[in-house]
Design a protein around this ligand. Structure first.
Ligand SMILES: *Cc1c(COP(=O)(O)O)cnc(C)c1O
Length: 422
């Protein structure tokens, strides 16, 4: 069948060889998926999820049982006191902005203790001036860089904390940086350290791309809030929109009062019929995430065997679903993205081109043929057209789809004469 997709024998054999060596690693990922599947199932049963919870609400959305139960299920899985899981949270950036702006007041100080936060947060915080930023509301900001080896700089964190410090933010995934992704355990050590400096400092973790990759989440290690997007891991590819904030009762209440209004909080917000997809997607998320992790490791193994720098490498432990491959040449990343696009179920016939996109300082090429616009739990890749010419690859609703995506990326580079296979 791979021939019908234009995969050459040489590409097929090369990929099959690589796959053979990954058997044990894949078993490890299946084990984690199994644990997380049971964790999610238990949460559904403990909260007595029933088909009445799939009914849509409209208007104010008072007494939306499905919405309330979904939030209980999320809180059970993340082991937090409460959760806010809403289609009215439009993306991950919105969820993070909400968690920050609702729990900080004028005069408070926010410290990012994992270095530069995700690009879209620069305007939220006001690192880059923007209307309505936290800076405009008198929230000050500091940043503590990670150590060279990607661990937390505990001394610098201690030195940075002042009586005004209200919150510390930690980003689990590397985002578009080449630092290592932080494990929940490593994040837990930093949380413990921060709480020893002052126990009332709120610790918020940007958990985007990290959910269900490990057995535990940062909230199992004392994070006051974990925050993410439903069109990434926890939506399981079925959630059409949404974001979540799981955390302490107080933090979640603040977020709810900010999302709707002071006083109304969690009591309103019609679900408009998406609740079933959010439930079902969350139920699927452990295995979907494992598929994406397998795809990431497969890509790492293939491209490191061809001599390219991959972060993380194929043997390192995984704490998120992002794989970067440094090609060092523009043509390579273009061919890689063409291959990914050609393997998509949607828009397989279009050819991606580098383009100037708002918010980026160079042209960017993006490959995505997704059921949900921009969903990056689905097979996707993007690359800024600038040195070191690295491609960021993620997603795959099924392992077999991730697999053919990567095979097509190699096929495309092979046909262009950019890689040699024996
Ligand atoms: C994707 C992502 C975000 C922002 O999410 P959007 O849904 O794109 O707004 C924030 N932080 C990290 C680490 C992410 O990966």
């Amino acid at each position: 069948m791979y021939k019908e997709f234009g995969i050459d024998d040489k590409v097929l054999n090369f990929c099959n060889e690589v796959e053979k060596d990954l058997k044990e690693r894949f078993e490890e990922f299946d084990k984690i998926a199994e644990i997380n599947q049971l964790k999610v199932l238990k949460a559904f049963q403990d909260n007595k999820v029933s088909d009445v919870h799939f009914n849509p609400s409209t208007g104010y959305g008072y007494n939306d049982l499905g919405r309330e139960t979904l939030e209980k299920v999320y809180a059970s899985v993340f082991h937090t006191e409460d959760a806010l899981v809403r289609p009215q949270i439009v993306c991950g950036t919105h969820a993070l902005a909400l968690a920050l702006s609702s729990n900080l007041r004028p005069g408070d100080e926010l410290i990012s203790v994992s270095g530069k936060p995700y690009d879209t947060l620069e305007q939220v915080i006001g690192i880059v001036p923007a209307k309505g930023s936290l800076a405009e509301y008198g929230v000050t900001y500091k940043q503590v860089e990670l150590n060279e080896d990607g661990t937390f700089d505990l001394d610098a964190i201690k030195a940075a904390v002042t009586p005004a410090t209200k919150m510390c933010a930690i980003q689990r995934s590397k985002g578009y940086l080449t630092r290592p992704t932080l494990s929940p355990e490593e994040i837990g050590r930093a949380i413990k350290f921060i709480k020893e400096i002052r126990s009332d400092i709120i610790v918020m973790v940007d958990n985007c791309y990290g959910e269900f990759v490990c057995e535990k989440e940062p909230s199992d290690f004392g994070a006051d809030m974990v925050v993410g997007s439903l069109i990434k891991n926890p939506g399981g590819g079925l959630a059409p929109i949404g974001g979540y904030i799981c955390g302490t009762k107080d933090c979640v209440e603040n977020a709810a009062f900010r999302l709707t209004t002071p006083g109304l909080g969690k009591e309103v917000g019609a679900s408009l019929g998406v609740t079933q997809s959010l439930f079902q997607g969350f139920f699927m998320a452990p295995t979907v995430t494992a598929s994406a992790v397998k795809g990431a490791v497969f890509a790492a193994a293939i491209y490191e065997k061809l001599g390219f720098k991959v972060v993380p490498d194929s043997k390192e432990p995984r704490y998120d679903i992002i794989q970067s491959v440094e090609f060092g040449e523009k043509q390579h990343i273009i061919e890689f993205c063409k291959g990914i696009q050609a393997a998509s179920p949607i828009d397989s016939f279009v050819v991606p081109e580098p383009w100037a996109m708002p918010g980026y300082d160079s042209d960017v090429i993006m490959a995505a043929g997704a059921f949900i616009q921009g969903a990056s739990i689905e097979l996707s890749a993007d690359a800024p057209i600038k040195p070191p010419y690295a491609v960021y690859f993620q997603g795959g609703l099924t392992w077999f789809h991730a697999k053919i995506g990567i095979m097509k990326s190699l096929q495309s580079m092979y046909e262009a004469g950019l890689v040699k296979l024996n």
